[in-house]
Design a protein around this ligand. Structure first.
Ligand code: HEM
Length: 511
């Protein structure tokens, strides 16, 4: 259990009401006489209940269960040729960071060892504003069209009638949307259940753009590699831990930091020029694909260290609001449609979950002063004093000129949705490579058992459809799962031929 010292620290505080007045009898409600009704004038009692009644805020609609800590990001290598972000100006620059890890589908009380992707969200407080990395522990995702996200999430959560998790709807969605296969292969493989929250890697997944001082940009994918290596737990241990200690991930992170074993990640970036993007085998906006390291090697950037536990989970971690739209000059989103959709979704949910002024909460507030024309709203506690709330000629704000005039790419030609929605043979190449080249015999057998153990609970036609998706990657993979479930084997899903690099229609042109 967490160190007792933390909980036994006495600070000599005197018990008070919320307006700071001392109260001598905290367990007594004021009443008329010895047995009479309660008194409305007992502010202590009414305030206590009224506040208690409002203690809960909405939990995150996804990623509700999590753990977090504080630390710093440090630049270890010169990347000024890639990005003019102010944090990169000097090797050795450090910026404070807050990180929140999470599972995705379960509620705030669910088990840390669920077979589920993990969120890895980092807020880096730079001297040009906060830069959020809202990443996962896998380099790909289940979809590449954002309109599917709410449907997808509904199927991974609870059935509207039974309020139970439901294998049919879980696999129904995945089998109807086979671009999910790459993520499914990772999820049901040995990397599917990380050992706690701080023995895993982190990936931007999406393509971003880093822009240098000359306005030249490269496409990037950010990778966080955990020092000491990726550790996972096997299915049986995960199930045992879910019963014995559902908060295993929170506890191990807290205890390691408390005892000075500070988790650390090396930060790398993969880069691709616009010219390389034109020739790349896959669409760089396709979140279901990776960029092979052999073609696009990892280039070191910095390190992330977590060395401080929160003092108060709710204030400092639950109220943390990460968004891919919180970027800084020198970093821009690509036109990946899922990323573009996320740019809206996060601040929108923050306004709902935390309120209009969520950026003013201490955990979210930038270190640099904020000066703009936003005013008022509930819980305004970082105000801008008497500064005019419009662009006045009396006390005008100054504007910092842009650091660069960005080079263009990604001119939208109108067929992104079509290209990204179509399922082709290209979608099965990377899952096939995992099965045929990456998984050894033991990993293959565990994968088969993990899938069979879950898919067996879906209805027959959904089982068959998902088996046909596996068969499109590799018939023997599908047949082994079918055998483990005791059902008939099926033929592969009918898939359009691969559109190879020279005839892939890209939806952008050199600007
Ligand atoms: C959390 C939406 C895809 C990583 C969330 C939240 C929403 C959301 C609404 C809750 C945020 C909050 O309450 O603060 C979406 C949508 C997606 C999408 C609409 C696709 C269209 C992704 C992808 C990744 C990701 C692809 C990773 C590459 C995360 C993480 C969190 C999160 C790490 C937890 C942040 C925290 O700890 O506060 N997402 N998401 N999401 N999402 Fe996504």
């Amino acid at each position: 259990m967490p160190s007792k010292q933390v909980f036994e620290k006495k600070d000599g505080a005197v018990y008070t009401t919320s307006n700071g007045a001392p109260v001598s009898e905290p367990y007594a409600a004021g009443r008329l006489g010895r047995r009479g009704p309660l008194l409305i004038q007992d502010f202590h009692h009414l305030d206590l209940l009224a506040h208690f009644d409002r203690e809960r805020i909405p939990e995150r609609v996804v990623h509700a269960k999590g753990a977090g800590a504080f630390g710093y990001f440090e630049v270890t290598h010169d990347v000024t040729d890639l990005s003019c972000a102010s944090i990169f100006k000097k090797v050795g620059n450090r910026a404070p960071a807050v990180v929140r890890f999470s599972t995705v589908g379960g509620e705030s009380g669910s088990a840390d060892t669920a077979r589920d992707p993990r969120g890895f969200a980092t807020k880096i407080k730079t001297d040009e504003g906060n830069w959020d990395w809202v990443f996962n522990n896998t380099p790909v995702f289940f979809l590449r069209d954002p309109a599917k996200f709410p449907h997808f999430i509904h199927t991974q959560k609870r059935d509207p009638q039974t309020h139970l998790k439901d294998a049919t709807m879980f696999w129904d969605y995945l089998s109807l949307n086979p671009e999910s296969l790459h993520q499914v292969m990772i999820l049901f493989g040995d990397r599917g259940i990380p050992d706690g929250y701080h023995h895993m890697h982190g990936y931007s997944g999406h393509t971003y753009k880093w822009i240098n001082a000359q306005g030249k940009f490269v496409y990037t994918q950010v990778h966080l590699r955990v020092k000491g290596g990726f550790k996972t737990v096997l299915a049986g241990d995960a199930t045992r831990l879910a019963g014995e200690n559902p908060d295993y991930g929170i506890q191990t992170l807290f205890e390691d930091i408390e005892s000075g074993k500070f988790p650390e990640w090396e930060v790398f970036v993969q880069t691709m020029t616009p010219e390389q993007a034109e020739k790349f085998r896959y669409n760089i906006l396709d979140l279901t694909k990776i960029w092979p390291h052999s073609e696009f090697p990892l280039r070191p950037v910095g390190r992330l260290v977590l060395n401080e536990n929160p003092q108060n989970y709710f204030a400092q971690i639950e109220q943390a609001a990460f968004s891919p739209s919180h970027t800084v000059p020198g970093v821009e989103p690509s036109v990946d449609p899922v990323l573009q959709s996320r740019l809206f979704s996060y601040p929108d949910t923050h306004r709902h979950r935390l309120g209009t002024n969520y950026q003013q909460l201490p955990v979210n507030a930038p270190l640099v002063p904020v000066a703009n024309f936003q005013r008022d709203g509930p819980q305004t506690f970082v105000h801008q004093g008497p500064r005019p709330n419009y662009q006045s000629s009396v006390a005008p704000l100054t504007y910092k000129p842009p650091a660069y005039n960005p080079e263009e790419h990604e001119t939208f030609l109108g067929n992104a949705l079509y290209d990204l929605s179509e399922i082709t043979e290209l979608d099965f190449e990377q899952p096939r490579a995992l099965w045929q080249k990456v998984f050894d015999d033991g990993a293959k057998e565990r994968f088969v058992q993990n899938v069979a153990g879950s898919l067996k609970d879906a209805v027959g036609h959904v089982q068959a459809r998902q088996l046909s998706v596996f068969a499109a990657a590799d018939q023997s993979l599908s047949d082994r799962i079918a055998k483990a479930m005791g059902v008939s084997t099926v033929k592969p899903l009918d898939v359009k031929p691969a559109a190879h690099a020279d005839n892939v229609k890209y939806k952008f042109k050199q600007g």
